[in-house]
Design a protein around this ligand. Structure first.
Ligand SMILES: Nc1ncnc2c1ncn2[C@@H]1O[C@H](COP(=O)(O)OP(=O)(O)O)[C@@H](O)[C@H]1O
Ligand SMILES: Nc1ccn([C@@H]2O[C@H](COP(=O)(O)OP(=O)(O)O)[C@@H](O)[C@H]2O)c(=O)n1
Length: 229
C-alpha cells in the first residue's frame, strides 16, 4: 500500500535529537490542518511499558512480543497530541531521563522495529484518510516507514545548537546533556540512517534559524513538494 496515494499529503521528517523535529512538525501540521505522528513517542511508550511490567529490556523476543500487542493509543491532533497505554496517560512519564537512557535498547531491537513500523503505517494511513494528510517525524520515516511520502525532509542542526536546546529543556548543563544526546544518536544510528539525507530527501538546517524560521522553512519545502506532485 502506498501511503501517498489518493492525493493525501504525507510529510516525513527525520533527524537527530534536538533539531526541532517534534516542535516544528506540530506547528507545520497545525498550519496545514492535518494530523501529526510522533514516532519517537511510540518507542518511548514501549520502553515505559516494559519497565513498568518488569520485562527485561535485553530479552529481545519478550520486548518484541509486547511491541506487537501493547495497548498503545496515539492522539494525533497536532494542537494536543496524546500518548496513552490502556486508559493511562503517559505523555509526561515517557520524557523522563530514565526512559531517554533506555529507549535506544528498545529501538535497536529489530523485532520491535518491525512491529512499530507496521503500527506507524497503519496509524498514518488512518489519520491521513481522516484529515487529508499527516506529518510524521522520527529517525526512519523518510527511508523506511514512508519512503514514498509526498515530501521528505531531513532536519539537521549543529551539535552545539542541538545540545543547547536540549539543555534548556532539561535544565541541565551542556556537558551532561552532550553525553546523553550524542550517545543516544550514536546508538540509534546502528539501525537507522538519519545523519545524512537519503536520495530525494531535502535537508533543512535549523542551526541558525529560530523556531518560526524553521516552521517557515519546512512549509516552503512542503509547498514546493506539493507543486511537483
Ligand atoms: N529552530 C529552533 N530554534 C531554537 N529552538 C528550537 C528550534 N526548534 C526547536 N527548538 C527548541 O528546541 C527544543 C528541542 O526541540 P524538539 O522539537 O523537541 O526537537 P527534536 O524533536 O528534534 O528532538 C524545544 O524546546 C524547541 O522548542
Ligand atoms: N522513527 C524513530 C523514532 C524514534 N526512534 C527511537 O526513539 C527514541 C526517542 O525518539 P524521540 O524522537 O522522542 O527523541 P528526541 O526527540 O528526544 O530526540 C530515539 O532516540 C530512537 O531510539 C527510532 O528508533 N525511530
Amino acid at each position: 500500500m502506498s501511503l501517498a496515494e489518493d492525493g493525501l499529503l504525507i510529510v516525513a521528517i527525520d533527524g537527530p535529537s534536538g533539531t526541532g523535529k517534534s516542535s516544528v512538525s506540530k506547528a507545520v501540521a497545525t498550519a496545514l490542518g492535518i494530523g501529526y505522528l510522533d514516532t519517537g513517542a511510540m518507542y518511548r511508550a514501549l520502553t515505559w511499558w516494559c519497565v513498568d511490567r518488569g520485562i527485561d529490556l535485553h530479552d529481545r523476543s519478550a520486548v518484541a512480543r509486547e511491541a506487537q500487542t501493547f495497548p498503545l493509543a496515539m492522539g494525533t491532533d497536532p494542537a494536543a497530541p496524546t500518548v496513552q497505554v490502556g486508559d493511562r496517560d503517559i505523555a509526561a512519564a515517557i520524557r523522563t531521563p530514565s526512559v531517554s537512557a533506555a529507549v535506544s535498547d528498545v529501538a535497536t531491537n529489530l523485532g520491535v522495529r518491525e512491529q512499530l513500523i507496521r503500527r506507524q503505517r497503519e496509524l498514518m494511513a488512518r489519520v491521513a484518510a481522516e484529515t487529508g494528510g499527516v506529518v510524521a517525524e522520527g529517525r526512519d520515516i523518510t527511508t523506511v516507514v514512508a519512503p514514498d511520502a509526498t515530501v521528505r525532509i531531513l532536519m539537521t542542526a549543529s551539535e552545539e545548537a542541538r545540545i543547547a536546546r536540549r539543555a534548556g529543556e532539561l535544565a541541565s548543563t551542556a556537558a551532561a546533556t552532550r553525553a546523553q544526546v550524542v550517545d543516544r544518536d550514536r546508538r540509534d544510528s546502528a539501525v537507522a540512517s538519519f545523519m545524512t539525507a537519503a536520495d530525494g530527501v531535502v535537508t533543512v538546517d535549523t542551526s541558525h534559524l529560530d523556531f518560526d524560521g524553521s516552521v517557515k522553512a519546512v512549509l516552503a519545502v512542503v509547498d514546493e513538494g506539493r507543486g511537483r506532485d
